[in-house]
Write a protein that binds this ligand. Sequence first.
Ligand SMILES: Cc1cc2nc3c(=O)[nH]c(=O)nc-3n(C[C@H](O)[C@H](O)[C@H](O)COP(=O)(O)OP(=O)(O)OC[C@H]3O[C@@H](n4cnc5c(N)ncnc54)[C@H](O)[C@@H]3O)c2cc1C
Length: 393
Amino acid sequence: MSYDIIIIGAGPAGLSFALSLADTGLRIALIEKQAEEQLAAPEFDGRDIALTHLSVQILTKLGIWARFEADDRPPIKAARVLDGTSPYCLNFDPHSVDPLGFIVSNHVIRKTLFDAVKTLDNVELMANLTVTSVATSDIVASVVLSDGQTLESRLVVAADSRFSETRRMLGISAYMHDFGRVCIVCRMQHEKPHEGIAYECFHYGRTLAVLPLSGHCSSIVITAPMDQRDSIMDMDEAQFGCDIRQRFNSRYGDMTLTSKRFAYPLVGVHASKFHAQRFALIGDAAVGMHPVTAHGYNLGLSGQDILANEIASAATRQSDIGATILLKKYERKHMRSTKPMFYGTNEIVKFFTDDRVPAKFARRVALRLANNIPPIKRVIQSKLTATSNRSFL
Ligand SMILES: Cc1cc2nc3c(=O)[nH]c(=O)nc-3n(C[C@H](O)[C@H](O)[C@H](O)COP(=O)(O)OP(=O)(O)OC[C@H]3O[C@@H](n4cnc5c(N)ncnc54)[C@H](O)[C@@H]3O)c2cc1C
């Protein structure tokens, strides 16, 4: 069985990448361990993904953005960052009418991408299968699947999550940081309107992000030490509502849980390189971010876009789409944005979860400096609103 490209993992990154190659005429095998029925109707997983304008541009180019219902992509009109119990906040209010970004639920992204990929003639989905081994040489890459069949291609692209097994099979090392914390996500309805404002509250020991969805509804993102996981997950629903209301200073009045709670262990991963011979990493398999800066899928989208463009132009020139020089170019371009984001985010997490007195003092100073010194604020806000590598705090 011979293909031009084998993609491993039909998550948001793998699906976006397959779609980006739609017009290249390249034959693609897309291997996924989940069943096709699960991919066709993914369940809500608690993740509401904040998307930057660059991501919106890429999703528009892929024909995906227009497929989202307006209610499924609410805007973030402004953002506030709070520290501890202080009412003082660092505020980001865009000067134009453009929102800072948008929020789309992960299961909606997955479903919409899957529906689009299913219509492509050049992509063959192989669901319910995993990869048992990968081997590459100067001229070919071969992949053995769990059902025993062997596929060959000119390039293998792994998009099989931050704990990528294929990354390990190819001997690519990764820096992994276990934050010893858990991220608990859910949706809540509230009495008062949110006005499209996103909040990031760095409370001592815990952080609480409240992201505006449609109507009087918000996405709640709690990060807490791992040993508090069970007490937060098992808390009685009414008590949970009161707890979040209190931690959020009753800004939105009564708050009621409207979804299940989902827990994700917080482990940041950055691969030491994004390619090997006839092999590339994209999505979380390349860089798995701490969610506090909401960069994970945004970086995944921009990375797959870079690689797909390089491949499309090589295909047009009829040159080798798995050539090392091409893969190196992708790595160089993508690393340029992922490294500062990854390590910068980890430093932000450290800075805002350090509960010692000097750190609390430094945070207070930092928020005031950022708010009152226009060049500093402009730099941070440019991260929020620039047309490339935009991000949320
Ligand atoms: C709580 C939370 C909030 C987040 N919020 C944001 C946000 O606001 N903004 C943002 O940009 N990002 C956010 N992210 C990050 C975002 O969810 C991820 O970056 C994104 O889902 C990664 O997509 P992926 O396709 O690379 O990996 P995954 O979503 O992990 O998908 C990997 C796919 O590969 C398949 N697979 C795995 N192993 C194999 C194998 N051996 N063979 C075949 N298939 C395999 C899996 O079944 C899966 O379908 C958040 C993450 C979390 C946890």
